[in-house]
Design a protein around this ligand. Sequence first.
Ligand SMILES: Cc1ncc(COP(=O)(O)O)c(C=O)c1O
Length: 480
Amino acid sequence: MNMDYLLKTAFINPFGENHREIKQIIEKFTTLLLEHIPITYYHEQSEDNYCPVLGEIPETGKPLSEILENLGKILKGSLNPYQPQYIGHMDSIPTLMSSLGEYISSSLNNNMLSFEMSPLFSKMEVQLIQHICQLFGLGKGAGGVMVSGGTLANIQALCIARNRAFPTKDMGLHSYSHQPVIFASDCAHTSLQKAAMILGLGSSAIIPVKTNQHAQMESNDLEEKIRECLLSEKKPFAIVATAGTTVTGNIDPLQEIANIAKKYNLWLHVDAAYGGSLVFSSTYKNRIFGIEQADSVTFNPQKWMYIAKTCAMVLFKDKNLLQDNFRISAPYMNETEFVNLGEISIQGTRHADILKFWLSLQHIGIEGYDALIDQSFDLASFFTREVKKRDFLELATEPETNIVCFRITPSNIASQNRDQWNLKLQKFLLQEEQIFLSLPIFKGSRWLRAVLLNPYTTKKLVENMFKKIDFFIMHNHSQI
Ligand SMILES: Cc1ncc(COP(=O)(O)O)c(C=O)c1O
């Protein structure tokens, strides 16, 4: 093939002819990235970092120097999660091994659709997922698949739950006049509504169950809602419990909910997208006790396991259900004794996300993850104590993970102005200290939320932040 019209480094040459140049390019990209990471600023669109070529497609390839210059601008305009002040979201910095794993898997470009297109990575996915299932206590018959994010994991789990409860895999829902429904707490993730919509149940199929003052599902209300639905001819088929709610990180009473699921013969799905990482903690693992009773579990190592996005999985107590209630065979794929993973997952072609997870586990080990989780709990306790020291601050819930949600509520703020003042405080901390807290709505009001994931966020930083909050309150006292 004539390649004269392409730059010599357009591809990695399979015969090694351009590898010296490729190494130089990779080194330049690495240098640019490493120079960018320590720079202290929070993402904002200013004149300075405006990149004029975002939508441009050049007629001919540009010189590397120009590409690198524009890439530098793109990095400058991007969110930089490495900043220890970036503590507003479940957005961790990636382990080095997971960044490098991304690079290797995308360069090898294996397709996780089938065994013949990714023989070793497919085996790695099956074996590592089986190991993770054992850590969750799901039993010897358990298994699962990697998916691109917690939303897809929840969709697939509920799809299999629905297909097991009703013969919908082939026949669909057209013969059903009564709505199949799912119970989840009013603090559960919105991906459940998406799942219900995509599964043809309608988003109203997610019946909200009340939560207590710590955002945990109320078992009494769950039973009441199940009975009401049975009387109204709705068709309950699943309960979703959350281990680590999105806003406050709280954990539903898994054991109690598992007992109710058994009593009413309902599928139990545990959305442990966030809290699932606690299986790696010797100290806090007991907080998700009961998860071993789940029929399915969502787990996102891209959150508290610090794996580069995306890295998520859906696990099933009985892996045969993936075959019986989900699998659609692809006739263009070779049949082996090994199942083609793309036939038992929503996506067909998939990235080899498993490699970066495997590499991180090898490099950090269970003890390393245990220590990382301990450290973030320690910081969350320190943070919580600082909130409790101040009578003008209020906690949304008692934290159970490393998420702390709080707000300012001085007695002289009228309740209708509280959201406004918390927004002002959020902006103030961002401008003064480059500290980013998110501002979610929880039970109808705006709260400030810290997700203490970054291992480089220190107690000193948290202490300074609270001094700034004190200053903000003193400074605005007359207006508040
Ligand atoms: C509890 C929970 N479940 C599901 C999700 C959805 O995960 P993703 O954004 O990876 O699709 C999230 C996201 O934050 C979550 O917190």
